[in-house]
Ligand binder design. Structure first.
Ligand code: ADP
Ligand code: NA
Length: 350
């Protein structure tokens, strides 16, 4: 069977927010005790939104500092930026030739980001999931912690792995490179694992503080819609105070949160920060007004986030240290990625 390995990435675009932290980075930290992990700042992905970034280096250091400030250990695990390991782009090209255009056209994130003028979207935006599959599979990673918005892309990663394994099963077996795996009733010799998403918990999808129907996002023009990892205590409190809610008290855990998206979101944030279930939050605050719950949530958010923000500031000021982490991580990642690419070139006859 495949060696268990965790991979995930975050784009170096805009401010990191509480959704990124609770939905992704906090999970990265939790997984590092039980697994070998590779965490990547996916700078090539950020080119799909905008080709020239004058501050891409700083943004990359900022995300790296957030990983380190949150507790990821760069000595035990690999922390690096994607563009340093060109095998990601090489494998992505091969996956572009494995994946079908129809698969890409169905991606809801592409539809959202391309908008109405789809013919004018960049080919990179369409092919984005192919690069994401390469990021994961160039390390033959078995587990990928992400927020719920990435679920469809991970399914595509599994489809690409499956098609590669099926199409080349004979060539994989002939070279002794395969791992026996069950596909339905059949046993095939797969080269790539069928990656498991690690999604879930109360904070897998944090919504905008201003609109319970939109996810909290770096690209939302309203700064009140999100809590940034760099926000100070007063700003965090203000944003929670101004968060949109409904007029009712919080429900009991029996009544539940169905039909109350803004209340559900704030309860989810509390649960994620406190590392308890939403039901446990309602056991404590059910029947209380938001005038009671919001200050409690603000206190908790400040208590949990302020130390991370402080560490981030301290670490990102030490540019030489951050760069050395990325350089060292990139060197270690390159060795692993090149070993995979040697096999892949051999399998497809390049
Ligand atoms: P964004 O979606 O904010 O542009 P990325 O695409 O770089 O950021 O996402 C980084 C990680 O954060 C991904 O695992 C993504 O699923 C997760 N994530 C992003 N937004 C949210 C959210 N609102 N709630 C939970 N997880 C999120
Ligand atoms: Na995202």
């Amino acid at each position: 069977s495949f060696k268990q390995l965790v991979f995930s990435g975050v784009q170096p675009t805009g401010n990191l927010h509480l959704g990124n932290y609770l939905g992704a980075i906090k999970k990265f930290v939790a997984l590092q005790d039980a697994y070998n992990c590779i965490y990547c700042v996916v700078d090539l992905h950020s080119l799909t939104a905008q080709l020239v970034h004058d501050d891409l280096g700083d943004q990359t250091r900022q995300i790296t500092a957030a990983f380190l400030a949150s507790g990821i250990d760069p000595n035990k695990h690999i922390v690096f930026n994607q563009s340093r390991v060109m095998q990601h782009a090489e494998l992505a090209w091969i996956f572009n030739c494995v994946a079908r255009i129809g698969w890409m056209n169905r991606m809801t994130q592409f539809k959202d980001k391309a908008g109405k003028d789809r013919e004018n979207a960049s080919l990179g935006l369409l092919a984005y999931p192919s690069l994401m599959a390469a990021d994961i599979l160039v390390y033959r990673a078995t587990h990928v912690p992400v927020g719920e918005d990435q679920k469809q892309h991970l399914e595509l990663t599994r489809d690409i792995a499956q098609k590669f394994n099926n199409d080349f099963s004979g060539r994989i077996a002939a070279r002794g490179l395969g791992v026996e795996m069950k596909v339905g009733d059949e046993t095939v010799n797969g080269y790539f694992p069928i990656t498991e998403p690690v999604i879930g918990g109360p904070a897998a999808r944090i919504m905008s503080l201003r609109d319970g129907s939109k996810k909290m996002s770096k690209s939302d023009p309203s700064d009140l819609s999100r809590i940034n990892l760099t926000d100070d205590a007063d700003t965090i409190s203000k944003k929670i105070r101004k968060a949109k809610t409904d007029p009712d008290a919080l429900p009991s855990e029996v009544d539940g949160l169905a039909g109350r998206p803004e209340a559900e979101n704030l309860v989810g944030i509390y649960a994620g920060l406190a590392e308890i279930s939403k039901e446990a939050v309602l056991q404590q605050y059910g029947g209380q007004q938001f005038s009671v719950f919001k200050p409690a949530l603000a206190d908790l958010a400040v208590e949990k986030m302020a130390p991370v923000a402080g560490e981030m500031r301290r670490i990102s000021a030490d540019t030489a240290y951050v760069d050395s982490v990325l350089r060292n991580g990139g060197e270690r990642a390159s060795v692993l990625a090149e070993a995979t690419m040697k096999d892949v070139r051999d399998i497809i006859g390049l």
